[in-house]
Design a protein around this ligand. Structure first.
Ligand code: A2P
Length: 218
């Protein structure tokens, strides 16, 4: 009935503990601070500015968006396809409010978004809707052929007038491309360029992030 429908959240996801939010936020900021000073990045500055010779301060370029989390299912208060089925799934109910350790294995940047890639374990994949990547095919051709869980990420920031939903699409797009060109070995890992302002840093040491599986109502 209507009461049931209104009880569905905006989304389900893994929410980073606040100490971890600080750590991940600082790591991302350090990365952005370094990235925009690299010659390899400056060479492609027009991807971000539209103009050569212009500089960009990536720390200012992106705006942060609320509490850091990895969305599993966007429910849109029940309006999204499969929302109530997801909420009713016994695995979801059983895991609700449990602690999970997510592994953040890469940071990526595009002219639209900055995010962290999440590599899910088999146990965590049980909370991941199996059709996510297939449903992304319309937005990002090639997504349907990627392994289930490829879209898993934490949105760290968005450019002006960009919605956070874009972060997952940007990640999928990078993953459908051939391996990027390694531009620099950074302290955190190796930095690859995928053209059109798309950058990915594979972390030498993945960040282990303590999270709570829960939902957000807004
Ligand atoms: P993300 O998971 O990439 O951060 P909003 O504030 O725009 O309503 O979004 C709330 C959360 O739900 C954000 O975390 C956002 O993106 C995610 N989200 C929004 N729309 C979608 C969608 N259509 N599919 C998947 N996730 C979405």
């Amino acid at each position: 009935g209507p009461l049931n429908e209104t009880s569905l959240p905006l989304y389900f996801g893994w929410f980073l503990f606040s100490s971890v939010q600080d750590k991940v936020g600082c790591t991302a900021m350090d990365f952005l601070k370094t990235l925009d000073t690299l010659e390899g990045f400056k060479k492609h500055i027009t991807d971000f500015t539209g103009q050569a010779e212009k500089e960009v301060d990536l720390e200012q370029y992106f705006e942060t968006k609320g509490i850091l989390h990895c969305t599993t299912k966007f429910c849109d208060y029940g309006k999204a396809d499969g929302a109530s089925e997801y909420a009713k799934n016994p695995v979801i109910k059983k895991s609700y409010s449990s602690v999970f350790e997510l592994s953040l294995t890469a940071l990526f940047v595009t002219p639209r978004t900055v995010g962290a890639r999440v590599s899910l374990t088999d146990e965590q994949l049980k909370l991941w809707p199996a059709d996510t990547e297939k449903e992304s095919e319309a937005d990002v051709p090639g997504s349907a052929s990627l392994p289930v869980g490829s879209r898993a990420h934490v949105t760290l920031g968005c450019a002006k007038d960009v919605e956070p939903v874009q972060t997952g699409l940007d990640l999928l797009q990078i993953l459908t491309l051939p391996q990027g060109e390694v531009v620099e070995e950074m302290k955190l890992g190796s930095l690859q360029y995928y053209g059109e302002g798309r950058w990915m840093l594979s972390l030498r040491e993945p960040i282990c992030a303590a999270t709570c599986f829960s939902s957000f109502y807004g």
